[in-house]
Write a protein that binds this ligand. Structure first.
Ligand SMILES: *Cc1c(COP(=O)(O)O)cnc(C)c1O
Length: 391
């Protein structure tokens, strides 16, 4: 079908909850995608940070095909090998103790919020269910994770939101001000993604971890976007020198198939007992086999290269000398680019997409989340499109 035919059918039969670019993608390889009209696009978006090993990586495709032909689903009423192998790998490489699998980032965050509330309930009883989150954060689109999200633009229409969230600025004074006897946890992204690619200050994060330890609040880290190598370590917390009590993940974990969940430390591994928490599709064998392939591809060497690639791209962007772009920020291949005052980052992003570079926005900036396996050649092609489109 042509782009025009697809758009017309979409508008006839699909809920219009998305503002889509006027592009229909058909297939791809690595960080290069092709539209239904055969046009080439360089992928600096990864389907919003999901395509961690690019499109159609041969090892990933083989793992998915093999598992699809063996066993697609059995539910969590039975054991199956893929999710168990995945849990072992995630724990071994992160230093966490145990994993829970669901399907999305929001579901991972709902899980860690429930974990903190149950941990506190068992130890201290009722009335200690509040979770502190940060201003400019983003934690998901369910009614509870919207409430957790520290941006007023998300707090509309869908009232009543879930109770028990308080927002603070990323300073210890502000967190202490938000604190009360009712707090059980703090939930943070270490690099605020959707809010505008703002890395938290290391000193603040370490002081926050200490405050959590002092008050027996759980330190919950939302690694839905920063996890799985995106920032140059398997999990971003490993670069901040802190040990969270629980870490949520999703986006890049299964390289394009739906999977989310969370990891817990030793202290929290027995908080949930059978029947306390569940997800029908959680630990789905195909998604889990895909995730094992992602972790194979993203070995320590590949993850080290993420920092080098990120630096190469940031240097390349800053060296373009186009006046509409400003400074870059971020960690690894999670890159925010400031845009000139008076210009709209959304309009620039739409322009880049049409020029052949799939790009994102976040808060006030342009955001680039290329596949972690992107090649130098693909990065150079992307920079060339950027230069031609914005000069
Ligand atoms: C994308 C994102 C979410 C939501 O993930 P979904 O899979 O869309 O539910 C939550 N937290 C962060 C930090 C994210 O970037």
């Amino acid at each position: 079908m042509t782009y025009e035919e697809l758009r017309e059918l979409d508008h006839s039969y699909v809920v219009r909850s998305y503002g889509r670019n006027p592009i229909a993608i058909d297939h791809g390889q690595g960080a290069t995608l092709y539209g239904v009209d055969g046009r080439e696009y360089i992928d600096f978006a990864s389907g919003i940070g999901v395509l961690s090993v690019g499109t159609a990586h041969p090892k990933w495709t083989a793992a998915v095909e093999k598992q699809a032909g063996r066993l697609a689903h059995v539910s969590n009423l039975y054991y199956s090998e893929p999710y168990i192998r995945l849990a072992e790998r995630l724990c071994t490489r992160s230093g966490m103790a145990a994993a829970f699998f669901g399907n999305s980032g929001a579901e991972g965050n709902e899980g860690v919020i429930k974990l903190a509330r149950k941990y506190s309930w068992e130890k201290y009883g009722e009335g200690r269910g509040t979770v502190i989150t940060l201003n400019r954060s983003f934690h998901g689109r369910t009614v509870t994770t919207l409430a957790a999200t520290g941006q007023d633009v998300f707090h509309k229409y869908f009232f009543p939101f879930t109770e028990g969230f308080r927002h603070a600025d990323p300073t210890i004074d502000s967190v202490k001000q938000a604190a009360g006897h009712d707090v059980c946890a703090v939930l943070v992204e270490l690099v605020q993604g959707e809010g505008g690619v703002f890395p938290l200050d290391k000193g603040f994060v370490q002081a926050l971890a200490q405050l959590c330890a002092d008050r027996d609040w759980l330190l919950l880290v939302d690694e839905v976007q920063t996890g799985v190598g995106r920032t140059g370590a398997l999990f971003c917390f490993q670069q901040y020198g802190v040990q969270p009590d629980a870490v949520s993940f999703a986006k890049g974990i299964a390289g394009g198939l739906p999977m989310g969940g969370f990891l817990v430390n030793e202290k929290c591994r027995h908080v949930f007992a059978p029947g306390d928490h569940a997800s029908t599709f959680g630990g789905n064998p195909i998604s889990a086999a895909a995730a094992c392939a992602v972790l194979d591809i993203l070995d320590d060497g590949a993850i080290r290269q993420v920092n080098e690639k990120g630096q190469y791209l940031r240097d390349g962007i800053e060296a373009l000398g186009v006046s509409c772009l400003g400074k870059t920020r971020g960690l690894g291949l999670m890159i925010g680019v400031e845009v000139q005052d008076g210009l709209s980052n959304k309009e620039l992003c739409a322009h880049l997409n049409e020029a052949g570079l799939l790009s994102l926005t976040a808060g006030p900036v342009l955001r680039f989340l290329p596949p972690l396996t992107i090649t130098k050649d693909e990065m150079d092609k992307g920079l060339a499109v950027l230069k031609a489109a914005l000069s």
